[in-house]
Ligand binder design. Structure first.
Ligand code: MRU
Length: 358
């Protein structure tokens, strides 16, 4: 998708310089900086500090991180240690482990000169597959937006939480892909973008990327969705997910659950968009999902641009106060109207997922 009118993907490999290129998302929307990752440690840090974030993108970054590990030190024990460090860098999104396991399956025991080429091809395949899956999510989700538009014959208002846009994936996004497809088809859409405290991915990333594509959107404080739904100003919600269990329970950015409850109370359809790489087929109970707890400074401090255009960080809480920063929550399957996947739309249930994914 576009930034300043130019098409980008969120990650790519520069063969000449042997570096991985990323868009530094901690600097958006105020600065657009393309950064080089030169070592596997750079890749691990980029994931930890959220220069790259979003479930599919951290998976892709980890895959390319292992390519960098091979360039640095073509040794199986270094590869294994690097894989462990990458997996533990952000525990909640399953795509990270999924991508690392997929790479290690291809690479373990390979000691020939070909290992680098094999790793590069696999990392590229992970990215290409994600683009294809996200595009299909868009084609499948478009049908829901079309239905609403056919009945309403007016702008379709869609609420989303956090950033499950193209910046969270390689391209298209998950939750935003149906929106981009609807816009391209000429259906009038307007997005309510939850600000998404504490890191403001909704305001800084979702609103930013929609602006760049010319899609109408309005940023709202995280607590505003409820009254908008009561007033009939939300036609549907679409969110992403960091891990979806086989029973349809959805783990996504903290605050998603409260939106699902409000949607349920107001009979607003609540959809979750995901590529199959986000499904955890093993964990049976959502209580076993590791929920990332991040530094409380993300709550107590805020970063923004001052009148001179300089980026400043300020403290907004009393110095003595404690703060707690859980990054994800669980939306039980019963509050999810449907899962929009690359293979089609299904019920958020074991039976629903089984029908699509044998
Ligand atoms: O902490 P983040 O910014 O990585 O959280 C991202 C989200 O919660 C997204 O909604 C989710 O990863 C889905 S991404 C397509």
């Amino acid at each position: 998708m576009k930034i300043n009118g130019i098409d980008y993907e969120t990650i790519w490999f520069d063969r000449e310089k042997k570096v991985v290129k990323i868009i530094d998302q901690t600097k958006l929307p105020h600065q657009f900086i393309i950064k080089d990752l030169k070592t596997v440690n750079d890749a691990t840090n980029a994931i930890k500090t959220m220069e790259v974030r979003g479930a599919p993108l951290i998976g892709a970054t980890a895959a390319y991180g292992l390519v960098l590990a091979i360039i640095e030190n073509n040794d199986q024990s270094f590869l294994k240690k690097s894989a462990e460090n990458l997996i533990s860098s952000r525990p909640t999104a399953i795509n990270l482990k999924w991508a690392v396991d997929r790479m290690i399956n291809k690479l373990s025991g390979v000691n020939s000169d070909k290992i680098l080429e094999i790793a590069l091809n696999e990392a590229k395949a992970i990215c290409e597959e994600d683009i294809k899956f996200c595009k299909n999510i868009g084609i499948n989700g478009l049908k829901i937006i079309e239905e609403i538009y056919k009945k309403k014959k007016d702008t379709v208002n869609i609420l989303t939480h956090c950033n499950a846009g193209w910046l969270a994936t390689i391209n298209w996004g998950t939750a935003t892909s149906p929106i981009y497809h609807a816009h391209k088809k000429g259906i009038p859409v307007h997005v309510w973008a939850d600000e998404t405290r504490p890191r403001n991915q909704g305001a800084n990333l979702t609103s930013f990327e929609l602006n760049e594509e010319g899609i109408k959107n309005t940023i709202i404080a995280d607590n505003t969705g409820g009254i908008l739904m009561q007033r009939g100003e939300v036609d549907m919600c679409i969110v992403g997910t960091d891990r979806t269990l086989a029973n349809g329970d959805v783990c996504n950015k903290v605050g998603t659950y409260l939106k699902a409850l409000a949607a349920h109370d107001n009979k607003v359809p609540f959809y979750v968009a995901l590529p199959s790489s986000t499904i955890d087929w093993n964990i049976k109970d959502h209580k076993d999902i590791p929920i990332e707890e991040r530094n409380s400074e993300e709550l107590s401090h805020m970063e923004g641009i001052d009148v001179n255009g300089d980026i400043k960080k300020i403290q907004i809480y009393p110095k003595k106060s404690k703060a707690m920063n859980l990054a994800f929550d669980i939306t039980p399957a019963k509050y999810v109207t449907g899962l929009i996947t690359e293979k089609g739309i299904c019920d958020a249930s074991t039976e629903g997922l089984k029908k699509l994914f044998k």
